[in-house]
Design a binder for this molecule. Structure first.
Ligand SMILES: Nc1ncnc2c1ncn2[C@@H]1O[C@H](COP(=O)(O)OP(=O)(O)O)[C@@H](O)[C@H]1O
Ligand SMILES: [Mg+2]
Length: 262
């Protein structure tokens, strides 16, 4: 089970989670994508799926009676071979009930699928931290702005991030621009053992066109190739074929990309 998450909102977590899921499904692997971001729950919107079947409905059911494969199947939707559990909490629904219910749902999903990707959203809350902690490995979606790596450093040094540091960490740098701070990327790999899965350029036109056609950018356009490469690299790391940097264990210091230093 792999959590996809961001050190802040809007870094492209849902775009990456959907893209990684579709690329892996396209490679013939059995994969499920679970949207566990109760605040936004944008997976259904990006794929044009219904939201009256979702993780939160299933979790609610789990508080009333044990969930089984039949109830799970009623809530799963399929999008080009990717099994999707949508997830936007309705106003008033108890997000606190997510965690115990999620355990049951994930256990059942693991019986059906080789890989489970979880859209954790931004690591802003106790709930997101607990969901991320439940994952065996993490893919951080880091904004390719000069301060993107600094934001991740702060997040991993925070009380929410510190407990996650023992897990295998991967990262995709999204919206990578020409001024990308190379030293910052290398430093993060050294300090946190992050395997960098790749860089995805900033391309508003590709993303807009994907949103208009409800066809995620991994399936066509300028971002398809870098997104597929990141997915392949993720599979290599998960299959143990990728190199993983060992963290230096040094205390986290504040990171300022060289390029932004005065
Ligand atoms: N590489 C990119 N280039 C341009 N826009 C992007 C890129 N990645 C994501 N976006 C846009 O940024 C916005 C936030 O993306 P989203 O995946 O919903 O982020 P998050 O899940 O982190 O909140 C969306 O409008 C999305 O289309
Ligand atoms: Mg999102």
């Amino acid at each position: 089970m792999v959590g996809v998450l961001g050190p802040g909102g809007g870094s492209g977590v849902t775009t990456l989670a959907v893209s990684l899921g579709l690329a892996v499904a396209g490679a013939g692997r059995s994969v499920a994508l679970v949207d566990a971001d109760p605040r936004l729950g944008m997976v259904a919107a990006q794929l044009g799926l219904v939201e009256d079947r979702s993780l939160f409905h299933l979790v609610h059911e789990a508080t009333l009676r044990p969930v089984d494969h039949a109830s799970l199947r009623r809530h799963l939707q399929s999008w080009r071979g990717l099994a999707v559990l949508a997830g936007r909490a309705e106003p008033g629904s108890a997000v606190a009930a997510l965690l115990p219910g999620l355990e049951a749902v994930l256990g059942l999903l693991a019986e059906l699928h080789e890989l489970i990707l979880v859209d954790v959203g931004p690591l802003h809350s106790e709930t997101a931290a607990a969901v991320a902690f439940r994952c065996q490995a993490l893919v951080w979606v880091v904004d390719g702005s000069p301060l993107g790596a600094d934001r991740l450093d702060r997040c991993l040094s925070s009380p929410f991030g510190r407990p996650l540091r023992s897990k295998p960490q991967m990262a995709v740098i999204n919206r990578a621009g020409p001024g990308l701070p190379t030293q910052a990327r290398e430093w993060l790999a050294r300090e946190y053992g992050l395997s960098l899965l790749g860089l995805v350029p900033s391309d508003l036109a590709a993303v807009r066109s994907a949103e208009e056609r409800l066809l995620p950018p991994v399936l066509g356009g300028a971002l398809a190739a870098p997104l597929r490469r990141a997915a392949n690299r993720m599979l290599e790391v998960l299959d143990g074929r990728g190199t993983r940097h060992q963290p230096s264990g040094a205390p986290a210091s504040r990171l300022r990309p060289e390029s932004s230093r005065a």
